[in-house]
Structures are given as C-alpha cells and as structure tokens.
Design a protein around this ligand. Sequence first.
Ligand SMILES: *[C@@H]1O[C@H](CO)[C@@H](O)[C@H](O)[C@H]1NC(C)=O
Ligand SMILES: *[C@@H]1O[C@H](CO)[C@@H](O)[C@H](O)[C@H]1NC(C)=O
Length: 372
Amino acid sequence: MASRVHRKRRPLLPSGSLFLLAAAVWYLGHSFWPHRTPARLDAYTQLSLHGRVTKHGPVVGLAQLSALFTGIDNPDPNMASALYYPGDWRQQRLAGKRPPPPGRLCAIMWNDALKVIFVKNVKAAGSTLVTYFKDCAVMGPNDGPFEWRCLRTLNFGNATQVEHLMRVWDDYFVFSFGRNVLVRSLSQFRYLAHFMQPSCTPAWDDYCRDPYVLGDICEVHAQNGSSCCDPLATSVHQYLHAMPQAPCMVTEAGQPAVDFIGRVESFTEDFAELLKQLNARPGAVHLPPPGEEMATININNKCQQGSSSSKGKGRKDKGGGGRAGKARGRRPLHELPASDPCNQMEFYSNEHAHCYQHILSFYDEDVRLLML
Ligand SMILES: *[C@@H]1O[C@H](CO)[C@@H](O)[C@H](O)[C@H]1NC(C)=O
Ligand SMILES: *[C@@H]1O[C@H](CO)[C@@H](O)[C@H](O)[C@H]1NC(C)=O
C-alpha cells in the first residue's frame, strides 16, 4: 500500500481525436472482458512511475543473495545458483506446474568513484546505457578515455561484492529504466526467438500465454540432447529475458529500491534528466552529455502519438490490426515483416486479443508498479 510513492500521474489517454476514436472502437469491441484494471492500457501508455522516487532499501535480488551468504565464513559461489532458475524449479515447469521463480536476481552494475548503481532490466535500454557508461569487463578499442565511468557487473556468487553493494546502496545513486509492458513483451519475444530454430519456436499467440515457455522448450531439448536453441540460449537465458521488470526496482517488501526510474519511451529526455540528477549531487564527478555513440543507438520504441517512426524502414504494415494479422496466419511473430512500431497493438487485438490479458497477468507486478 505504502509503496506508491512520488508517482507522477499522467492522463492515460493522450488527446488526439484519431487516437480516441481507435481507443473507443477497441473498447467497445472488447467490453465483455472483466475489468481487472481500471484503465485500458495500450502501447502508448506511458509509465506512471518515473523520475525521482524514494528509495527504501536494496533491491530484492541483492537482499536475497546477502541473506544466502550471511553468517557463512566461506560462501560457495555456487550457492547463488539456488536462486537462479534452479534445476528443481525447471523440473516443476516441465511437469506443468507454474511456481514463481525462487530468485529475483537482476544484473547490477556499479561504479564506486561515481557512486552509482545501475539495475539493468532486460529489453529496457540496458545496452544503450552501458554504451554511454561502458562496461569495465568489455572495454572497446576506443573506450580507454571513458574507463573512469565504466560500470562493473556484480558477480552473484561473490559475497564480498554483494556485501559491498548492500553497504553502499543507501549512499549511492541507484537507477533503472522501465518500459511499457505490452511493447516490451513483443521486444522480448522477438529477441528470444532469434536464439531458437524456427521449428521449435511457438507462435506469439502461444508465447503470450506464458512467456517462460521458451525456457521450457530449451530445457527439454537440452535434456534430450537435441539442438533447438542456440548454445548461448540456455533455458536460464530464455527464462531470464522473459522476467518482469519490477524485481529490478523494488525491495523485498515491494517498495521502490531505486532513486530514479527512466522511461525507454522517453529515453533522450530521461537520460538527460538522469545525468542532471547525478551531476547535481554534492562532490559528484561530472558526467558529460552523451556523444555521438548515443546518437546512433536505436531505441526501437520511438513511437509517439501522431507520428510514425517507421518511415523508410523496411516494409510497412498498412493493413490495420485485423487484416494484417489474418494474412499472416500463425507464423511466429519474429518472422513477420517489421511491424509498424506505432501499431504494436495489432499483436493484442483480433485473433491475438487473448494476449492482452495474458501479458498483463503475467507481468502483473510491472503493471501495478509502473503502469497504473
Ligand atoms: C570478489 O570480489 C572482490 C571485490 O571485487 C574481488 O577482489 C575478488 O577477487 C572476487 N572474488 C572472486 C572469487 O572472484
Ligand atoms: C526426447 O526425445 C524423444 C524422441 O524424440 C521424445 O520422445 C521425448 O518425448 C523427448 N523428451 C522430452 C522430455 O521431451
């Protein structure tokens, strides 16, 4: 209850008569659905929680690791794997059960000189941010001059690092980026499907019922010695990249664990705001505005109400939800022509209509934290 702090409420429906008309048609067409959520969400819905938030403590996954290591003089690094889609959890999945994963681990990166911690959500501008800060472990040939701002990645099995981050969590500036759940799910599926043979990849219509299904498929095939999934795409990789965003932003008690949440949909603006906030701290090492490296980065959800960002990019889908969807049959989403990023809702309407409720249910904690 107390977790809703400092959220900026925005009108859920931007003005614009075309949009309202479309929304009305959509609403009437689907009004038989139980109204689980007070508002209809769509691909344009901006995150309701963003900007400065009040941090309540360490992010849940870090606290879990710390608890695992507490009181043990010589922790075994492999203990961390008990939290990381462990074998018995995967067996339960394959047996048709759907237990929540025991661990809530997310990638955590930090820089002690800058006193920053970045909790990295998958498919939410993570690589773009690392392009700016740099990754201390994989510095490119031209990255030398930026080494001072590179981020180190937490090794989940390293108790020293875990305890260090627990100690500095309150003091350091902790940030994360979030993304519209409906759009992110499409991005997750497209990304994860690239690691699998098309013959093994379910259609979007099936994926959306339970996004962990790709992990299950890779697990079954790994156990069977067959090659459905790229060697990089272990089942753990496929589970991890389907996970919700909230675990990377909240404490064990479900309260915000970060100081700042940026929006992928407003990346340029929010990244500038992040730098401003970081630089405003007393004694902070000054972070310059991004250079050319960021200008070329494709943040692929540029869609704004009233503008189409698909100009000149690949084939354009002019069909409008239903017709386009039907013509495509049940081919997996990743084989479909590049979709108009301003028309992502086609994957939640007509024959894909069930995906709306399934995705919002699967990512319910994200919806409640970020989108209501
Ligand atoms: C754990 O992290 C500390 C601090 O970064 C480092 O000095 C140490 O070598 C690491 N231990 C292992 C086993 O990687
Ligand atoms: C492994 O492969 C065999 C033969 O193709 C199949 O019958 C079996 O169901 C597979 N095992 C699992 C766990 O899917």
